[in-house]
Design a protein around this ligand. Structure first.
Ligand code: BGC
Ligand code: NOJ
Length: 811
């Protein structure tokens, strides 16, 4: 069942009922000012950091209820309704929500009044703009009232929901004409305040939530709206809000438009006050002055659309498969940008008050957006590397605002260092910018011990060389990619962190997954060493890689698939010898992607085992059989009920690893089958089962053992976005950036047909036509570049051209 449809021409998903199975959200904002917005106008806004600079309040643990939001109420006689349905939930005569790229539109109608909202964050300004157009579609004059509503968060979202003894006394606002200023804590250490304004004279305002809602009412039955009159009260403590009242008369056929602006303003310490107790409003007024008219709004909106159209044109496919076209050209790339901005911090599943930026998460996200915004990828790499320790290990997380490592979690996740190589290699393959390797980058933010980024990569690599266990496989530390496989922790008491309990150094648990990573990213590091002219380092690295391959072949192979790990007692994890959890997805994907087993048939065996033991109609499960009881020696993974999350869920992030691995052995049919199973657009028809947004990936789909097999959770902020884009664009469609130039080597289903790709690479536009006359799954017979046949798959980079035309014919 569907709850809407894709409008590809407008790059929108159109939701046709407010009653989606779960709130379906969108993100507004590209750089510093962000809003989460659901299909019923729920959500919240923050500046830079969802925890420390939260502007509007959201209520937790309330998923489908989805309070709070930025609401508009219309009072038309005795009927009170919202264009986005919530919070009054008055039945609408018509409803539509269009989530677009960086904006959302809502159209609601009731009793001959139509209200159309368009909301977005303009490029370059810390403000959310909403245009509200009210139209009288009937035959008689209407006198209605429009009320806006936002509830301020007292900035620190964590403290805001806990520290009432203080918070209920500190709320402060000012109001001048149509602008409401929220200035809680500005009197002391804050240098920022928020504004909410409308480009029209207002009839009244409200800044006290109690006055607006009335005692014992929620936002669904606000007393002041029911009374049709705001009291223009200045809040003092309690719960500050901002609401405007506009009395609107509309003749038949007449429309009126209002532009609302919700902004963030910072003042220098010596410019904070206009006079004692009165905030300096100059910057706020200047910001608001830019968006006073509908024309200002429309112009900024066009700017946003242009920005996105240009970004998304960097990779464009035209194939016979509308799902591939839509996901690659629009939604998958868009989700990659959102994960770049949010990491794993703020979604409807991540509260924004928990984790900061993950070291491994951010490195992997890079793979999906580096072609879109290489400059910001560069900056991100330097930020991440700056949280590395001198021995090559790294803080597992860092805070976006301070860019400092998070010492609560610390380090000891032994896959982390290698992801830095993965991200840096992707950046250089994309841009050719080797100058980044010579940048001086601190360790633990301490510039006095800075070295070049290249030296950081060396230390990343050597961290693994220096941390091997009894089988010469890498020590796992607290966990590797699978945060829940906690082989050294042995946590027995509720409330202890599964991951941070117990030692990270000392115990001997080993990871075959990290071994696979070491081979893959070790080789990428060796290629960088070669590029920089350091053949001694290249040779050293490759010989370490060979040793690791030997260790995997000796102790990492279980007969039909790769072993997952060795626990602290040196017992196998993910082996046929195990009682539960006999096969895991991660080493099958990573080892084959690294090329291990490709020549001796083990890769085929491993991937056949994946198909036989882990596949379901909704995707490939992370492991089987599911753990049915808590295993102290394995940790959090066994804490989840069977079929959920890391315990035999379909963890979407590593489905693309399997799909990529299939392309490494040339099985395009199977690679694509795996791709399709979790791809949102293909499963739009089962939205009532899948439940999360049909336009983006979710982190997890419940596995075969779960009660709700096929149901997804944790949409939006997942490494699945980046890895799927890498999979489809670089491996299935086969346009892979190398250090020397673009490589063209598709691995598609036999029946996929011919397709064209436009790819902007290092500033040059490649128009690539791929023909598959004999319906093969892999292999290029000829590659013609600007009329000349070339040998091999790689088009040597030539920056003197603007455009390169390529015809690739498969065998
Ligand atoms: C989740 C993991 C996540 C980890 C990080 C665990 O509870 O299952 O997916 O990576 O927490 O905090
Ligand atoms: C989600 C985390 O963000 C990621 O870092 C981790 O690899 C996966 N969960 C698997 O545990």
């Amino acid at each position: 069942m569907k709850y809407g449809f894709f409008d590809d021409n407008n790059k929108e998903y159109v939701i046709t009922t407010p009653k989606t199975p779960l709130p379906w959200i969108n993100y507004l904002g590209c750089t510093e000012f962000f809003t989460l917005i659901s299909n019923t106008c729920g959500g919240y806004t923050f500046y830079k950091d969802a925890k420390l600079l939260r502007m509007t309040r959201y209520r937790y643990n309330d998923t489908t209820l989805d309070t709070n939001g930025k609401y508009f109420y219309i009072k038309d006689g005795d009927t009170i309704w919202n264009p986005g349905w919530q919070p009054t939930k008055t039945e609408l005569d018509s409803y539509e929500c269009r989530h677009g790229i960086g904006y959302s539109k809502f159209t609601g109608a009731k009793n001959d009044i139509e209200a159309a909202l368009v909301t977005f964050v303009p490029i370059g300004d810390p403000v959310e703009l909403t245009k509200v157009t009210l139209t009288n579609k009937g035959n008689s004059k209407k006198d209605i009232q429009l009320f806006s509503y936002v509830e301020w968060c007292l900035w620190n979202a964590d403290d805001d929901m806990k520290n009432y003894q203080r918070n209920l006394s500190i709320g402060e606002v000012e109001v001048v004409d149509s602008t409401i200023y929220h200035k809680t804590e500005y009197r002391e250490r804050r240098n920022h305040y928020a504004v909410y304004s409308v480009n029209s004279k207002i009839d009244a305002f409200e800044t006290s939530r109690d006055e607006f809602r009335g005692a014992y009412n929620g936002p669904d039955k606000p007393a002041a709206v029911i009374a049709g009159k705001l009291n223009s009260t200045i809040a003092s403590g309690w719960y500050p809000i901002a609401s405007h009242q506009l009395n609107v008369s509309l003749n038949p056929g007449e429309s009126k438009t209002f532009v609302f602006a919700l902004g963030y303003v910072e003042n220098a310490e010596d410019e904070k006050w206009e006079k004692p107790g009165i905030i300096n409003k100059k910057k706020a007024d200047a910001l608001l002055a830019k968006y006073q008219t509908t024309e200002d709004f429309d112009k900024a909106f066009d700017g946003l659309c242009k920005y996105w159209n240009e970004l998304l044109s960097k990779f464009h496919i035209d194939s016979k498969d509308e799902h591939v076209n839509r996901m690659v050209n629009i939604w998958n790339q868009y989700q990659c940008m959102v994960t770049f901005n949010m990491s794993r911090s703020a979604s409807y599943y991540e509260t924004g008050i928990g984790r900061g930026m993950g070291f491994r998460d951010s490195c992997q996200d890079l793979l999906g957006f580096v072609h879109l915004i290489p400059d910001r990828a560069r900056e991100r790499i330097i930020d991440i590397a700056s949280t590395q320790f001198q021995d090559g290990s790294a803080y597992h997380q860092y805070q976006p605002l301070t860019k400092k490592g998070n010492s609560d979690i610390g380090s000891g996740f032994n896959d982390d260092p290698l992801w830095l190589i993965a991200g840096t290699s992707a950046y250089i393959r994309e841009t050719g910018d080797t100058s980044i390797l010579k940048e001086m980058v601190p360790y633990d933010n301490d510039m006095s011990v800075a070295t070049t980024l290249m030296e950081h990569l060396k230390r990343s690599f050597d961290y693994i060389v220096n941390h091997k266990g009894p089988h010469n496989l890498p020590l796992i530390g607290r966990a590797d990619w699978n945060d829940c496989l906690n082989l050294n922790c042995f946590s027995e008491h509720p409330g202890e962190s599964f991951q941070c309990f117990g030692p990270s150094e000392g115990p001997v648990a080993e990871s075959v997954f990290i071994a696979g990573m070491f081979v893959k990213y070790g080789r990428e590091y060796a290629a960088l060493a070669k590029l920089m002219g350091d053949s001694a380092e290249e040779a050293r690295v490759l010989s370490e890689v060979d040793k690791m391959i030997a260790a995997i072949e000796k102790d990492g192979w279980d007969g039909e698939w790769f072993v997952r790990a060795y626990d602290a007692y040196s017992h196998k994890v993910g082996s046929k010898e195990c009682e539960e959890g006999q096969i895991y997805i991660e080493p099958q994907g990573m080892c084959v992607m690294a090329g291990v087993g490709v020549d001796d048939g083990n890769a085929v065996k491993a991937l056949d085992s994946v198909k036989e033991k882990l596949d379901t109609k909704y995707g490939v499960m992370i492991l089987q059989p599911a753990y049915t009881r808590y295993h102290l020696e394995l940790g959090e993974i066994t804490s989840y009920p069977p079929g959920y999350k890391e315990n035999a869920g379909i963890f979407c992030h590593n489905n693309p690893w399997i799909s990529i691995a299939e392309t490494c052995i040339g099985r395009g049919d199977r690679a694509f089958e795996v791709y399709k199973k979790t791809c949102p657009s293909y499963i739009e028809d089962i939205s009532e089962i899948h439940r999360t947004e049909p336009y983006v990936y979710s982190q997890m789909v419940a596995g075969a053992d779960a009660k709700f097999h096929g149901e997804a959770k944790n949409s939006w902020l997942t490494g699945t976005a980046a890895w799927t884009f890498t999979n489809i664009s670089q491996y299935i469609l086969g346009i892979y950036p190398t250090l020397e130039g673009l490589s063209v080597n598709p691995c598609t289903p036999a029946a996929f047909g011919d397709f064209n790709v436009t790819r902007v690479y290092r500033g040059v536009t490649y128009n690539i036509e791929i023909k598959n006359p004999n319906k093969v799954q892999k292999g290029i017979a000829s590659l013609i570049v600007d009329g000349q046949e070339i040998q091999g798959n790689i088009i040597p980079f030539d920056g003197s051209k603007n455009t390169v035309n390529v015809i690739a014919t498969m065998r």
